[in-house]
Design a protein around this ligand. Structure first.
Ligand code: NAD
Length: 291
């Protein structure tokens, strides 16, 4: 397949490299980042997109996606698919889907989970919204870049799935961290806390697979001075998207709202955006009820 790849940052570069390694012809464009080996460098987003069967975008946010789509959609070949793997707001995904449909193109919103490790290893999970014909066309690419692609329904539903998942993740990570800090003050060892909770009803991915306490449970960013992993600033981005979506559809999300407020404080007021999002544990450790 001829693939155009726009946005070759931390995630896009290894994803594009995996497509090249699988034998696809990839032409890339990024405003700043270099093209990885094997990806032909285009001079503009339009020239990366022009004769591609599938154009993949991996960009920072919805405003940038809309701007890039405005340029590339008119230049794309009829019947081609625009496959956006960025995490953006549901509204932007649906707006770009409508624009693509009007021009006879397919569109999929396919945000990922798995981070830069998953992008490099080709083990991402894709949550996909859009028409099933476009999904079928992109399926072989999902297989190369990931281990699983879930078709979630119409355009925008991939983003909806992603932000709902990450809202749960933000909330459970905070709950896990505050419970560890409480257990410390109650004199419970972290090992005992992990052994009980990871096999009891308080278990979650945050506790069992990504334990925020160093030296306890499986290897996680906590064992590496909370270097990300998944940075607190990226968690905050996703939580804000969840609250933007909740406002748009009048959904009551009190825990999501509280998690957003806590990660805003942590990432922005306290300047910890570059730390892993599980570094909430040392934050709670140092605090009391009044602070
Ligand atoms: P990044 O900042 O490393 O990469 C984004 C790239 O887009 C940059 O290289 C930038 O130069 C480029 N870019 C910006 N505007 C552009 C334009 N107009 N034309 C061409 N290129 C442009 O970010 P990332 O970590 O690769 O994340 C990309 C997306 O994936 C984001 O939406 C993010 O939320 C999502 N995501 C990231 C992770 C992660 O762990 N990093 C995990 C899941 C999802």
């Amino acid at each position: 397949m001829k693939i155009g790849f726009i946005g070759l940052g931390n995630m896009g570069a290894p994803m594009a490299a995996n497509l090249v390694a699988a034998g696809h012809s990839v032409t890339g464009f990024d405003l700043a980042a270099p093209c990885p080996d094997g990806v032909a460098a285009a001079e503009s987003a339009v020239s990366a997109a022009a004769d591609a069967d599938v154009v993949i975008t991996m960009l920072p946010n919805g405003a940038i996606l809309r701007a890039v789509a405005k340029e590339v959609v008119p230049a794309m070949t009829e019947g081609a698919v625009l496959l956006d793997c960025s995490t953006v707001d549901v509204e932007s995904a649906r707006a770009v889907a409508a624009q693509a449909k009007d021009t006879g193109l397919g569109f999929l919103d396919a945000p990922v989970s798995g981070g830069t490790g998953g992008a490099t290893a080709g083990t991402l999970t894709f949550m996909v919204g859009g028409h099933e014909d476009a999904f079928a066309k992109a399926a072989p690419l999902f297989e190369i870049m990931g281990q699983k692609a879930v078709h979630c329904g119409a355009a925008g539903n991939g983003q909806a799935a992603k932000i709902c998942n990450n809202m749960i993740l933000g909330v459970t990570m905070i709950a896990t961290c505050e419970a560890f800090a409480l257990a410390d003050k109650l004199g419970l060892s972290r090992e005992a806390m992990f052994d009980v909770v990871s096999t009891s009803s308080g278990y979650s991915w945050s506790m069992n697979a990504y334990c925020p306490a160093p030296g306890v449970g499986p290897q996680s960013p906590a064992d590496n001075d909370y270097q990300p992993g998944f940075a607190a600033g990226l968690m905050l981005k996703d939580l804000r998207l969840s609250q933007q979506a909740a406002e748009a559809v009048d959904a009551d999300t009190p825990m999501g709202a509280r998690a957003t407020a806590l990660y805003t404080e942590f990432a922005e007021t306290e300047g910890q955006a570059e730390m892993d999002f599980s570094a909430m544990l040392p934050r709670f450790e140092k605090r009391g009820r009044e602070n």
